[in-house]
Design a protein around this ligand. Structure first.
Ligand SMILES: CC(C)[C@H](C(=O)O)[C@@H](O)C(=O)O
Ligand code: SF4
Length: 467
């Protein structure tokens, strides 16, 4: 038998027409997720050409990027303040209505960040091809799906045909051996991986994360890892489905039910890479020696262990420019650096277990004077669960702000912003110049590290609080 990787199995099951030297492959798409930022032009294209959405039953829309997180704006008690955001929200409502696409709209109790709600509703499943006009679609690969971010023109193609033109990527295995130490999170792991392979380390490849440390992760943690595959330059990230995956999915809204469930699980069990399957590249990481990580620069590869210092790179103009933006100098220690904002949220780290971790640090403590701490659940469902479990109260008692779900401060387009020159410890995935607002300085880290910074007002080792 020809040993195959997980990626190869999913790819080949969806290849309608294989690629040739001159033409990309035609791939069938099982699930198309839609949000308000990258869909307006795609729907216009359909309208211009007199086309319908080919499979409305395989298309699901939500609102997340432009949605405010203030309940008064969300529930229509006051108008949405950011005008461009209000327009996008309206347009998605209109487009979904006109084309018959299910929309988890502003008032929906199933609404949330697109990469949080797909899995939460069980729409994300092993072996599926999943696309969305959004780079962090890689998140869904945590279930053993092949999930790509696509551009607006491609969103139009998929809406009209349920197919996508794609060049076949190469495969990269990232083998994570050992076990993560106590108080070192999945976020620290993925930041360490990107620090090691670099922001273009995965270019042209689909990553499969594997090994004992990956198998030990919960679904929430696997999603955190796969989410940032794109920050390593990869097309997608995947993790083989296993009992953890099946247990997560069982009983969710879109998951197969009854005998269809048993049949699906039997198929999903065939997906993991066969013994002896070959990858184009293999990288090994030892989980046992990892520490909590933090970024210091303006791309996610610029990371160090939290106890470390900003690297010195003489004659590196790009490094120097980045440090100038960040207001940091080579050789400077990160621990103890004063910060002004803390953001716990985003499709990387806004699931229930992330909020639990932040709450563990903040319980019975107060946010430091002069620090703004914003905690934004990844979905309305997570919001309700966090409230039911008393997490929200821990945050508000500590003096943090607790909001409606959405992308929020991860991206400066919905009104949640970091001011010029301020330092924000953020659990999101991107730290580019201006990402959280003009002149904002982002330090990427885990929910534990972010919560610890909120309490002390400085970059802090989360192990001081967690042991
Ligand atoms: C707005 C959207 C297209 C964008 C993406 O593709 O990733 C956003 O989600 C981001 O994280 O930068
Ligand atoms: S939370 Fe951030 S990274 Fe995720 S989809 Fe929204 S803007 Fe993109």
């Amino acid at each position: 038998m020809n040993a195959k990787t997980l990626f190869e199995k999913v790819w080949e099951q969806h290849e309608v027409v294989p690629e040739t030297a001159d033409t990309p492959a035609v791939l069938y798409i099982d699930l198309h997720l839609v949000h308000e930022v990258t869909s307006p032009q795609a729907f216009s294209l359909l309208r211009e050409q007199g086309l319908k959405v080919r499979r409305t039953d395989r298309t699901l829309a939500t609102m997340d990027h432009s949605t405010p997180t203030d309940p008064d704006e969300i529930f229509g008690r006051v108008p949405i303040k950011v005008e461009s955001a209000a327009r996008q929200v309206k347009e998605l409502e209109k487009n979904c209505g006109e084309f018959g696409v299910e929309l988890l709209g502003l008032g929906s109790d199933q609404r949330g960040i697109v990469h949080v709600i797909g899995p939460e509703l069980g729409a994300t499943q092993p072996g599926k091809t999943i696309v969305c006009g959004d780079s962090h679609t890689a998140t869904h690969g945590a279930f053993g799906a092949l999930a790509f971010g696509i551009g607006t023109t491609e969103v139009g193609h998929v809406l009209a045909t349920q197919c996508l033109l794609q060049r076949r990527p190469k495969t990269l295995a990232i083998e994570v051996k050992g076990r993560l130490p106590e108080s070192v999170t999945a976020k620290d792991l993925i930041l360490a991986i990107i620090g090691k392979i670099g922001v273009s380390g995965g270019t042209g490849h689909v990553i499969e994360y594997r090994g004992s440390a990956i198998e030990a992760l919960s679904m929430d943690e696997r999603m955190t890892v796969c989410n940032m595959s794109i920050e390593a330059g990869a097309r997608a990230g995947m993790i083989a489905p296993d009992e953890t995956t099946f247990a997560y999915l069982k009983g969710r809204r879109f998951a197969p039910q009854g005998t269809a469930w048993d049949k699906a699980v039997a198929e999903w069990r065939k997906l993991p890479s066969d013994p002896g399957a070959r990858f184009d590249r293999v990288v090994e990481i030892d989980a046992t020696s990892l520490e909590p990580m933090i970024s210091y620069g303006t791309h996610p590869g610029m990371v160090v262990p939290i106890s470390g210092s900003v690297p010195e790179r003489a004659n590196d103009a790009v490094h120097a420019k980045s440090l100038a933006y960040m207001g940091l100098s080579g050789g400077e220690k990160l621990i103890g650096k004063p910060i002004q904002v803390v953001f716990v949220g985003s499709c990387t780290n806004a699931r229930l277990s992330d909020l639990e971790l932040a709450a563990k640090v903040m319980r019975g403590r107060r946010v430091a004077d002069g620090v703004r701490a914003l905690i934004v659940p990844g979905s309305q469902q997570i919001k309700r669960e966090a409230e039911a479990r008393g997490l929200a109260k821990i945050f508000t008692d500590a003096g943090a702000e607790w909001r409606e779900s959405g992308c929020s401060m991860c991206i400066g387009m919905n009104g949640d912003l970091v001011a010029k020159g301020q330092y924000a410890v953020s659990t999101s995935n991107r730290n580019f110049e201006g990402r959280q607002g003009t002149g904002a300085r982002t330090l990427l880290a885990s929910p534990a590290t972010a919560a610890a910074a909120a309490i002390t007002g400085r970059v802090t080792d989360p192990r001081d609080f967690l042991g």
